[in-house]
Design a protein around this ligand. Structure first.
Ligand SMILES: Cc1cc2nc3c(=O)[nH]c(=O)nc-3n(C[C@H](O)[C@H](O)[C@H](O)COP(=O)(O)O)c2cc1C
Length: 362
């Protein structure tokens, strides 16, 4: 396959050479990772979900200092719920403090009324000021005013769907491309419609979404090498987005022991849980996840639960103790290698090229 053939409608739309997207991974993705992938001709994605606007501005500036190629900024687009269950919070905190002590950790308590997150609406002016033109998001659809603002500035919007219905809703709201996230995926489920959590695998989800939407579809979940990338293109995807495969790269902010756990994970070593953040997410099991689940206590909603567990996660990260951090990872995470992000992405693309040569191109 000649290089030019990668310039399909998604690559042309986004202004990139290859329709290979580095998944935004809050807490893991560094500006160096974003720039490495964008400089290699793919699309880097900078996650800023919930971060203070000043931090968002600083991170965007860091990426811009490292690349002049297109990159996306990724938002958490949901309505922050009123935090109204302090008893639930305190009860779980008491249990957790005991768990921490039993495991030799001293962790500051979190005051319920100090829990604070930054809604995407607060972050948008920073993105627009910085001239960001590619905005991806998960957890929902931006409100009408935000969509109108982004569109007026000529931004392209990439929304995350975990079902056909969500993909249709994103397209109807004006999204320019849809990320179809299968249940294999590491990290949070992007699911946002009421009802049971969609648990559809990438292989099943991608073609069914493609059959129903006209915008380009980017497959995400379990894509970790040339074989899985080629398979996604065979399913009709216009692009692929991969996260877990980059967890062990030098550009990943994961600590050494965290990277070791990813290196040792098996295909059955992750599960979806609400324990860490209050939202469903796939990660590697550890004492924190098992402990919260075993407590049987009611969990807080996102982002309150996330704020509650962040206290120990911060302490554990400093100690490089993988038993009390969050290790979001997908079912194919064991395919991650400790190689630079650009090398991983290029190897995936060239291997996919070999497999795909001769196949009709979208
Ligand atoms: C550690 C980690 C953090 C993630 N954080 C985000 C995020 O901030 N925003 C987002 O849209 N998706 C996030 N995701 C989901 C990815 O965008 C993507 O759907 C997923 O990584 C694809 O599956 P894979 O991990 O099997 O490659 C995260 C995934 C991981 C593994």
């Amino acid at each position: 396959m000649k290089t030019m053939e990668w310039k399909n409608r998604l690559a042309s739309l986004l202004g990139i050479d290859y329709p290979f997207v580095q998944a935004p991974m809050l807490g893991i993705t560094t500006p160096a990772m974003v720039a490495a992938v964008s400089n290699g001709g793919g699309l880097g994605s900078l996650p800023v979900g919930g971060l203070p606007p000043a931090r968002v501005a600083a991170l965007i500036a860091e990426v811009k200092a490292l690349t002049s190629r297109p990159f996306a900024v990724n938002l958490f687009t949901y309505e922050v719920p009123p935090a109204d269950q302090p008893e639930r919070f305190d009860q779980l905190q008491q249990y957790l403090q005991q768990l921490y002590r039993t495991n030799g950790l001293t962790v500051p308590t979190v005051a319920f009324d100090t829990v604070k997150t930054h809604a995407y609406q607060e972050q948008l002016p920073v993105l627009l000021e910085a001239g960001i033109s590619l905005v991806s998001f998960t957890f929902g659809i931006p409100d009408d005013a935000s969509i109108a603002l982004l569109k007026a500035k000529g931004c392209l919007l990439l929304g995350t769907a975990t079902s056909v219905e969500e993909a249709l809703a994103l397209q109807a709201a004006g999204c320019d491309a849809v990320v179809a996230q299968g249940i294999e995926a590491g990290g949070h489920r992007g699911s946002f419609l009421p009802g049971p959590l969609p648990q559809v695998a990438t292989m099943a989800l991608v073609p069914q979404i493609i059959d129903r939407v006209t915008v380009p579809v980017i497959a995400a979940g379990g894509i970790a090498d040339g074989r899985s990338a080629a398979a996604a293109f065979c399913l009709g995807a216009s692009g692929v987005q991969c996260g877990s495969v980059l967890l062990r790269s030098p550009e990943s902010a994961a600590t050494p022991h965290h990277k070791e756990r990813v290196g040792a994970v098996t295909e059955t070593g992750t599960r979806i849980t609400r324990a860490f953040s209050g939202r469903w997410a796939r990660g590697i099991a550890n004492i924190l996840m098992d402990g919260i689940e075993a407590s049987g206590l009611p969990l807080n909603v996102y982002p309150v639960q996330d704020a509650l567990t962040q206290a120990v996660r911060k302490v554990a990260k400093e100690l490089d103790n993988p038993d009390f951090i969050v290790m979001y990872a997908g079912q194919a995470a064991q395919l991650a290698k400790p190689l630079p992000a650009a090398v991983i992405m290029e190897a995936m693309r060239t291997a996919a090229e070999k497999i795909l040569s001769g196949i009709l191109w979208r």
